[in-house]
Design a protein around this ligand. Structure first.
Ligand code: MSP
Length: 508
């Protein structure tokens, strides 16, 4: 993982009230970035770049602004802090936050339109078809018949079109030749299936007479740019395409665009063909994750106030929610959020396994070593074995992260934690201490050090709690997974349980 890592989230509609979907992708991007920063052998901060932001143009924004009697820009400025504040609360460390109404973005969109137009890839035509107001795009006859679209009307309009269809074959070849491009495989197959039908050209303009909240076409001032053509460009305007070559060449192509499965076609097809036209390389990976479904359990109904896992942040803390979301969803598949699954996961992994191990180790060191970290006397095979499980994480975790198998990476770390709990049971340092204090010291040092190494590996998921654990055990916040961070002679301070057990709320 020594390569550079450029990760993006979708830019979210500024109108939307931030919800679990937005939070999930953004936490995921944050976690992946933190893993990359940590496992980079030179630990260079500037080897990763994490971009997120807001999608601020289009009809829905214009309508919402009108209904508030506001100028659309003022409306966007008013709403954007909702996202920015949530990211702060969720401990998101992005490198840049792009808004499509910023001049740095608008200028690049216009330059791109001009380039693509000059190349002959944009033409004007009259089009009559079904238009979905809620989706803000023309839909096909089949889509209309599916009944999935509300607010559909017949529209006849002169518009500008991007010659997307001509890139169909090239796109298929690219997908076939780059197995990691569309992930997971099920999504790749979905797109390859879609590309079996002839690919039509893409309408990329909206007449100002109908909608004018968008970026004006540089070659026709009566039109603004279609919101998706504008929005996708953020992935390159955000790394200074056409304005700072050194910066752009450093980051582009992106390592991964993280998206939800519902916006796969726009990314895999629209964006890829736009990049073909611009003669730019395609992102290495587009990863489409599944959806969080809200649970329908009796329990969650009784907890009427819990409408979203985001509500749990204030009550249980950000780290536990990040842990739950990252551990519970198999990347690529749907997952169901229920209050029971949250509490179960928290109690088993965090309270019983991870948190309890800290309590045991620090409690026993308190009791038998006057709170001072003991030295290792002589390792036996048991110590060598448990130590090697911890050291192996240095390879296992980055390997899984690179393959986007995040929940497995977390599980591997937890397995090591469980292994230490078992080791404690088997070695019973509380008994050994009565006859052989040096041996008890070796056991407790080993258990504490493996725990500390696990906390370092989990820090990208739970930055605050893991740093706190490291601080309790070593007195400093420096996170380093190399063996030997625990220093004999260091005096532990008393601490509260980091993950107190939660009671399952009673159904009413
Ligand atoms: N503005 C576009 C993206 C443009 S990117 C160039 C957009 N915005 S959005 O605000 O609707 O984005 C929502 C994101 O959240 C999408 O990736 C979508 O898949 C995701 N989710 C929305 N609800 C979700 C869940 N319940 N669960 C997980 N993610 C889901 O689309």
């Amino acid at each position: 993982m020594d390569k550079k890592f450029y990760v993006t989230t979708p830019i979210y509609y500024v109108n939307d009230k931030p919800h679990i979907g937005h939070a999930y992708t953004t936490i995921l991007a944050d976690v992946l970035t933190r893993f990359h920063k940590m496992s980079n052998s030179e630990r260079k901060e500037d080897r990763s770049f994490f971009l997120t932001g807001l999608d601020e143009h289009g009809q829905k924004v214009q309508q919402a602004a009108e209904s508030r009697g506001m100028d659309p820009q003022a409306h966007c400025d008013d709403l954007s802090p909702r996202f920015i504040n949530l990211w702060e609360k969720l401990e998101i460390q992005y490198d840049d936050f792009i808004r499509t109404t910023q001049p740095r973005h608008k200028n690049v969109v216009q330059s791109i339109l001009q380039k693509v137009y000059d190349k002959g890839d944009i033409y004007m035509a009259e089009y009559e078809g079904w238009y979905s107001v809620s989706e803000e795009r023309f839909i096909t006859e089949t889509e209309k018949d599916s009944g999935d679209f509300r607010d559909v009307k017949k529209l006849k309009e002169r518009n500008w079109f991007f010659k997307m269809g001509q890139y169909q074959e090239r796109l298929i070849q690219h997908i076939d030749g780059h197995p990691g491009f569309l992930q997971p495989d099920s999504r790749k197959n979905e797109i390859l299936g879609f590309l079996k039908q002839p690919l039509s050209d893409l309408c990329i303009s909206r007449p100002k007479t109908r909608m004018d909240w968008g970026i004006e076409l540089p070659f026709d001032k009566d039109y603004v740019t279609y919101v998706w053509f504008d929005a996708l460009i953020n992935y390159i305007s955000g790394v200074a395409y056409l304005t700072d070559d050194a910066k752009f060449n450093k980051w582009w192509p992106a390592s991964v665009h993280l998206i939800g499965k519902d916006i796969l076609t726009t990314h895999a097809v629209y964006w890829s063909t736009m990049l073909f036209s611009l003669e730019l390389p395609l992102p290495e990976t587009i990863f489409a994750h599944g959806w969080w479904l809200m649970g329908e359990s009796k329990m969650s109904k009784s907890l009427g106030n819990v409408v979203s896992p985001l509500d749990l942040v204030d009550e249980y803390g950000v780290d536990c929610v990040r842990y739950y979301l990252m551990r519970e969803m198999v990347l690529g598949q749907d997952a169901r959020f229920t209050m029971e699954s949250f509490i179960k996961r928290y109690n088993s992994d965090l309270a019983n396994d991870f948190g309890n191990l800290l309590n045991r180790v620090s409690g026993l060191i308190g009791k038998y070593f006057n709170k001072t970290i003991p030295a290792v006397d002589k390792n036996t095979e048991a110590e060598d074995r448990i130590k090697s499980t911890a050291e192996k994480l240095n390879d296992i975790v980055p390997g899984l992260i690179e393959k986007y198998r995040l929940h497995e990476a977390i599980e591997e770390i937890l397995q090591v934690v469980r292994g230490v709990n078992k080791y404690m049971e088997q070695q019973a340092p509380w008994k050994v201490a009565k006859e052989d204090l040096a041996r008890a010291g070796t056991i407790l040092y080993t258990a504490g050090e493996v725990l500390r190494v696990c906390a370092v590996h989990l820090a990208p998921v739970m930055p605050k709690k893991c740093e706190q654990m490291n601080r309790i055990l070593t007195g400093d916040g420096l996170l380093d997974s190399d063996w030997g961070g625990l220093k004999p002679g260091f005096q532990l301070e008393s601490h509260d349980a980091l993950f107190p057990r939660l009671e399952m709320p009673k159904a009413q």
